[in-house]
Design a protein around this ligand. Structure first.
Ligand SMILES: Cc1cc2nc3c(=O)[nH]c(=O)nc-3n(C[C@H](O)[C@H](O)[C@H](O)COP(=O)(O)O)c2cc1C
Length: 412
């Protein structure tokens, strides 16, 4: 049994997101049959299934060049905007590379997306690992930790332009002078501005997320591994006055506020590849088949490319630094989270992660449309029961008032 961490929020229901398959080849680098499309029509239907299955968020991937076989890719911000326009409740998080965008242009783009979607736009700021994407575009490729220096400035500009008027910021990478973006983002209760997610695993990533991100997103991890990441982010957040468990994310100061007000503490999102089957054996057999049919040259090529990530840091920690061949078959280490088994087993595991402080699961599947619906129908109701039990045992009520409910008949 896992101890309950001081950062766990037992009254808040877990949130669920799915990876938008906007790059070809699905989420596993394997020749196993995958009924997952990467085109817009497939994704439009998937998004509607997801929002009717109790999912609150979708996350797009930003990729400009093939790697690990994903040889066709749709651009993330335009794809996200189209998905927002095609849905009613789903929040779509667009992945963005600071080195590819000016933060002022992105801030403006996301405000427009926010208005089109009535306050459902969000961003995932990713600092990048695929060197060729930058160098072959003629863009500067910064050393690992320096990328996070730029990312931190980038996020400050975004938040500044979204919350203040006549905003100025001068730094190493960006200089903004007396800028006011009109209109401001949509005024959504409980949200100060479009949410800022942040993806990364290394020590520098954790430190940066702790200082400036609303959400820290991690690749798949086992319980002990993710506890370490949470501790790293919490320590950094504490240094800038974002104490663990402090604030709810609601009631953040808005535009008229003074320069960079203290932020509520970051929340935590974890990637996991879900294989829910009627029996544990069936689920394990599926995992075995995925790995046996791995596309070996693509996985090996990917292993070489990701040396620019965690392995390139001074402490050698970070994304993919300790990933085995099997782990890399799901290129965001999703097997490590072990959401594999019957719906009951998966729900139990999910709630163990809630105890250590996970607030959101970012999920991937072999056959997205079918399995997202199954997740909503079979796994989510058990998660909610277990969460309610856990809260009650600790003298707290689970507050489901803001949580999307599954509308399974529509989803199916
Ligand atoms: C949830 C999540 C989503 C990510 N999405 C992307 C993406 O769409 N495109 C990309 O180039 N990198 C993406 N990344 C990778 C980050 O850009 C970063 O390069 C990676 O975390 C390695 O950095 P690190 O060693 O500092 O952890 C993502 C990372 C996470 C955790």
């Amino acid at each position: 049994m896992t101890d309950i961490s001081s950062v766990a929020r037992l009254s808040e229901p877990l949130k669920f997101a799915y990876w938008v398959p906007n790059v070809s080849g699905g989420l596993v680098v394997s020749t196993i049959e995958q009924r997952t499309g990467w085109d817009f029509e497939y994704n439009k239907k998937l998004a509607r299934i997801a929002e009717n299955s109790g999912f609150e968020y979708a996350l797009t991937q930003t990729r400009y060049a093939a790697s690990y076989g994903a040889d066709k890719q749709h651009e993330a911000t335009s794809f996200s905007l189209a998905l927002l326009a095609a849905t009613e409740r789903l929040k779509v998080i667009s992945a963005v590379h600071p080195g590819m965008w000016h933060p002022g242009v992105l801030a403006k783009y996301i405000i427009t997306a926010d208005h089109i979607s009535n306050g459902r736009a969000a961003v995932n700021i990713v600092s990048g690992w695929l060197k060729d994407e930058f160098t072959n575009f003629g863009l500067e490729w910064l050393e690992h930790d320096e990328r996070y220096v730029r990312t931190e400035e980038f996020i400050k500009v975004l938040r500044g332009l979204w919350t203040e008027q006549e905003y100025s910021q001068s730094g190493k990478y960006y200089n903004i002078t007396d800028f006011t973006l009109n209109p401001a983002p949509v005024d959504v209760p409980g949200r100060a501005h479009p949410e800022i997610f942040f993806g990364g695993n290394s020590t520098a990533a954790q430190a940066t997320a702790g200082r400036v991100a609303d959400w820290y997103f991690s690749n798949g991890k086992d319980l002990e591994g993710f506890k370490e990441n949470i501790a790293g982010v919490v320590a950094s957040a504490g240094e800038v006055g974002r104490a663990a468990g402090r604030g709810s994310g609601a009631g953040l100061p808005s535009r008229s506020s003074s320069h960079l007000p203290a932020l509520p503490s970051p929340r935590f999102g974890l990637n996991g590849f879900v294989i829910a089957r009627d029996s544990e054996k069936e689920a394990r057999d599926t995992l075995r088949e995925i790995v046996e049919k791995a596309h070996k040259p693509a996985v090996e090529g990917f292993r070489a490319a990701v040396q620019e990530a965690g392995a390139s840091t001074t402490d050698g920690k970070g994304m993919w630094a300790d990933s085995s061949f099997e782990d890399l078959v799901q290129y965001n280490d999703g097997f490590k989270t072990q959401l594999i088994g019957t719906p009951e087993q998966i729900a139990e595991r999910i709630v163990e992660y809630k105890k250590i402080g996970v607030n959101l699961f970012l999920t991937g599947y072999l056959h997205f449309q079918e399995e997202v619906a199954v997740f909503g129908q079979d796994v989510l109701p058990i998660v909610r029961e277990l969460e309610a039990d856990l809260a009650r045992k600790n003298g707290i009520e689970l507050d489901l008032s803001q949580t999307p409910v599954a509308n399974v008949e529509v989803a199916a």
